[in-house]
Design a protein around this ligand. Structure first.
Ligand code: TMP
Length: 395
């Protein structure tokens, strides 16, 4: 049974960056639910994929050093551990992972045509289609089977998970491996990062919920890794149950125990989270209002989908955060969805016009703080809302 636990209010589509602010930008109600049977956490409203993932999708995996390094490290591990003849990536984005493999050994699937174009252009086999059974059948006809299927931050964006895994099973080699990674529900609860929720993140996975989901398809997790990416993610290594050649790692049991200890199987845990989120909103507003009273200026760093959730849930407008900055060309000179806050192109000296930075991309805190150390020495201060809103002591 789905039980409601948090209302994040009226939200626009998190990646709908308008060139001109409009108070009439469409919004939907962002409500979170916990399924007491399957242990899955999800949002209620499902926006059609074709609206969210289109030919103007602005998110690029290769935009940060952290993500580029993470994909390079993973590709080395996959080659060493599984040595696949053929790897398929669901949601290959701008090729951050597949570019680390030989062209004849990878297939990308990327429905956002602007992104698929990037890897097609450099001759990587890319299907600019949504991942579904029709596509899986087409790929099977051409390639027979796939040894490794990889997907990062994509599966949780797809409403029909049964279709996703039915399609995966259709083309996965008998001894094949599926590797998926997505933000971790446990980390989200620990960090009070309610901003992991936005229209694209339909689900927030835990090991408990993924295990339940996979069992319907005779698949099982055989290893698991905690990652720092996206504010704390889990990488699940999955195989067919009947494949006994691969042993189940102790890491799985450890993670399950961590999740049970934190009460992820229990509805009351989510109600407690709601209380912490309400406090987080009050605190960030207090900090920003205090800065406003002192006539100081704030810039948001990283025009992330996460920041969109924060701005719209807390009702933060340009009187509290004057601008955002981002390196992604598709976001520059546009407005933060739902808000009259303009995104400025990142330039070396931009930050000298501001007194405070609000970490929209708090998951890249280390990378950003390193990059901006010169300004920090001169007195620029950083604000984060993770795990609780505060001004960071960095000097
Ligand atoms: P993400 O948190 O959803 O991965 O998005 C990170 C966003 O932050 C992305 O739009 C790129 C932006 N960004 C910068 O503009 N400068 C930076 O130094 C970093 C690390 C990220």
């Amino acid at each position: 049974m789905n039980k409601f636990f948090l209302n994040l209010g009226k939200q626009p589509l998190a990646n709908n960056f308008l060139t001109k602010f409009s108070p009439k930008q469409p919004t939907y109600n962002l409500k979170l639910y916990f399924n007491t049977k399957t242990k899955m956490v999800s949002i209620s409203k499902r926006i059609p994929s074709s609206i969210m993932f289109n030919s103007k999708y602005p998110y690029r995996s290769s935009m940060s050093i952290t993500m580029r390094n993470s994909f390079k490290k993973l590709s080395d591990e996959i080659k060493k551990r599984f040595n696949p003849n053929l790897l398929l990536e669901i949601g290959s984005n701008d090729g951050a992972l597949i570019k680390n493999f030989d062209k004849n050994k990878v297939i990308g699937v990327e429905p956002c045509k602007n992104l698929a174009k990037i890897t097609k252009k450099i001759d990587y086999k890319t299907f600019d289609k949504y991942w579904d059974f029709k596509l899986a059948k087409k790929i099977k006809r051409e390639f027979k089977s796939v040894d490794v299927i990889y997907s990062a931050n994509t599966i949780t964006h797809i409403s029909n998970l049964d279709n996703v895994f039915k399609s995966i099973c259709h083309i996965l080699a008998e001894n094949g491996v599926v590797i998926i990674e997505d933000p971790s529900l446990l980390q989200c609860l620990k960090k009070n990062s309610y901003d992991q929720f936005y229209n694209e993140h339909i689900y927030l996975f835990s090991t408990l919920s993924v295990r339940n989901l996979l069992s319907k398809f005779s698949l099982e997790i055989f290893d698991i890794k905690n990652l720092k990416t996206h504010g704390g993610s889990l990488r699940y290594y999955i195989k067919r149950k009947k494949n006994k050649k691969i042993k189940i790692s102790i890491n799985l049991k450890k993670q399950i125990n961590r999740e049970l200890k934190a009460g992820l199987d229990n509805f009351s845990t989510y109600k407690n989270f709601t209380n912490r989120v309400t406090k987080s909103k009050q605190r960030i507003l207090k900090i920003l209002n205090n800065i406003k009273e002192r006539n100081k200026k704030v810039i948001g760093y990283g025009a992330t989908a996460k920041a969109v959730t924060v701005l719209n849930y807390c009702n933060i407008n340009s009187d509290l955060i004057q601008n955002f900055t981002d390196t992604t060309p598709e976001k520059i000179n546009r407005y933060m969805p739902g808000k009259n806050i303009k995104i400025l192109q990142y330039k070396k000296n931009l930050l000298k016009n501001f007194d405070y930075v609000f970490l929209g991309a708090w998951n890249f805190k280390k990378e950003i703080v390193n990059k901006e150390s010169k300004f920090i020495k001169k007195g620029l201060k950083f604000i984060t809302h993770i795990p609780t809103p505060k001004i960071l002591k960095l000097k």
